[in-house]
Ligand binder design. Structure first.
Ligand code: FES
Length: 128
């Protein structure tokens, strides 16, 4: 399931360019799409080597810039993928790599994330 979250206020970055985007609890059992001025993001929690990790990607399709936030979540080859609404290309949400079609090797833009002590997910988008 993809849910949309619109922060009430534009978040301010810290000195390293991390923005507080949402609470980690908001990512339970969902992919969250968050629209901010200048960015639209896909955020999700996934297990990696026994630990839950937050992943953040740009929602701009690397093929021809369609909005992946209105795409579909699909299982492809056993992997959770986002399927683009424009040409149905599929990208693995574990690493952002294109899975379908197989002849190209595009990748979603991925951002660094941190879950801080206050329970918020911070995403490094730049210094604003
Ligand atoms: S724009 Fe996304 S697959 Fe073409």
């Amino acid at each position: 399931m993809i849910r949309t979250y619109q922060p009430l206020f534009s978040p301010e970055p810290d000195a390293q360019g991390y923005y507080p985007i949402c609470r980690v609890a908001q990512l339970a059992e969902t992919v969250l799409t968050v629209k901010l001025t200048g960015w639209q993001l896909l955020l999700l929690l996934q297990e990696e080597t026994g630990q839950m990790q937050v992943r953040a990607y740009s929602a701009l399709c690397p093929h021809q810039s369609a909005n992946l936030a209105i795409g579909e979540l699909v299982s492809y080859d056993g992997k959770l993928c986002i399927e683009c609404p424009l040409h149905q290309w599929r990208f693995d949400l574990r690493d952002g790599k294109q899975q379908y079609p197989a002849e190209n090797h595009l990748q979603l833009t991925r951002y660094l994330t941190e879950v801080r002590a206050d329970g918020k997910v911070w995403v490094q988008l730049g210094k604003g």
